[in-house]
Structure formats: C-alpha cells, structure tokens
Design a protein around this ligand. Structure first.
Ligand code: SF4
Length: 228
C-alpha cells in the first residue's frame, strides 16, 4: 500500500464504529475542576485506569484536591495516598510542582491557562518538572485549547495505519491536528483510545473485524511495521 490513509476518513469511520463509555476515563473521576483533572491525569501516567482511579479516589477521600491542599500536605503522606497509581515519588513531586506554580503564578487558578495562547500555556506547563507533553496537552484540551494528546494507543494505531512512519509524539499529534477540525480533536482522541483498547490492541489486534482494514498498512503488509 503506497498512499497514506486520510485521518479524516479514519475518524469518520471511528465515529460510527466506536462507542464511548466516558465513565471509564480517569480524568472524569475528577469532575469538572481543571486542577483536579490535572492531578488525575498525572496519576494516570504509565498505569491502567483501575489503578489511577483507585489512587485518585483514595486521595480525594482524604483531602480536597486543590492547589493549596496539595502544597500543604507532606510529600511522604501524598506519596502514600497515591501509591496505588505507581511511580508515587515522581507523581507526588509533579503534583506538588504543579500546585506550587499554580499558586505562585496563577493565583491558585489553573483555569487561567485558558486565557493564554496555546503555545504560551503549553510552555508554561512543560516548564514544570514531571509534566510531559501528553499531560500538558490533556490539561490544555480540557481547557478548550486546540491540542491533540497522544497516548500509547493513539501512537500505535496511527503508525500501524500508515498515517505516520513513526510513533513519535510530535509527528503523530501533528498528523491529527493538521487533518481534523479543532472541534473534533477531543472526540477523536477519546475514540482512538477506545478503539485501541478494544480492537487495535497492542497484542493480537482484531484486524479481521476492523472497519479500517482496507486502508491499513499493517494489515496489508501482514503485520509488518509498527508492531508494538
Ligand atoms: S486493521 Fe488491524 S492493525 Fe489496522 S487499524 Fe485495524 S486492528 Fe489496527
């Protein structure tokens, strides 16, 4: 297969084929508050939904998830509360670093990032130790900024399809940003994740049942390339 699939066509098919079970997504545990969502997003790094949700619930049972309370709590105590999410040392530090910068520079209101332009807000977040591109983009898209967060499912699907030749974050994110309308980014992001969990799984993808198999490079090349 020489031509690349059009991401717009991929999205059009996924809208029909993928049902969203929104309650499964970790950040929704945190309700509408953007700081609480950011904390939930940090907890979800490198773990599954079950563990990150359990860690968030344990944390929020013990204290309000606000920048001020995250600053007040001791580092070790915070680590203990979020232990279930794994990597608790790094994650506790990232949460505290974020809380400190929010209190010092945004008067305690992370939602003020919505007033900045997207690149400025992204740089602001990436300046925090422990906040990477994916976490920054998830926070920003939840504030209405036109970002396209890429997780392991999205990078795998995008590369397998042949939309990109690598799974590199910037390349994958850019491919979707350039093809879709900004109003579609969040929905496409969620549908790709759901698709990666149910059909285009890391091991043994269900290619025979897949609505994209006629335009998929991985399928046409019999499982070669971007296997991860
Ligand atoms: S055909 Fe297979 S590899 Fe290609 S998108 Fe579908 S499930 Fe994934």
């Amino acid at each position: 297969m020489s031509s690349r699939p059009d991401p717009r066509e991929v999205y059009r098919r996924l809208r029909r084929a993928v049902k969203l079970r929104r309650q499964r997504f970790t950040t929704l545990e945190a309700g509408q508050d953007i700081f609480a969502k950011a904390v939930a997003t940090i907890l979800s790094q490198n773990t599954n939904d079950e563990n990150s949700i359990a860690a968030y619930q344990e944390l929020s049972r013990n204290l309000e998830v606000t920048p001020e309370s995250m600053l007040r709590i001791g580092l070790e105590e915070l680590e203990n509360l979020i232990r279930r999410a794994g990597l608790q040392r790094q994650k506790a530090r990232a949460i505290k670093n974020l809380a400190k910068k929010v209190v010092e520079e945004l008067d305690g209101d992370l939602a003020r990032l919505a007033e900045m332009d997207t690149e400025e807000a992204r740089e602001w977040l990436l300046g925090i130790e422990g906040i990477g591109k994916k976490t920054a983009d998830i926070i920003l898209i939840n504030l209405g900024h036109p970002t396209f967060p890429v997780d392991t499912h999205i990078s795998r699907i995008t590369c397998r399809l042949g939309i990109t030749d690598s799974r590199r974050y910037d390349e994958v994110s850019k491919a979707w940003i350039e093809a879709l309308d900004p109003s579609q980014y969040h929905d496409a992001h969620l549908r790709l994740i759901a698709f990666g969990r149910t059909v285009c799984t890391s091991r043994n993808p269900r290619c025979g049942d897949c609505v994209l198999n006629d335009i998929c490079r991985y399928y046409s090349e019999d499982g070669q390339g971007c296997k991860a």
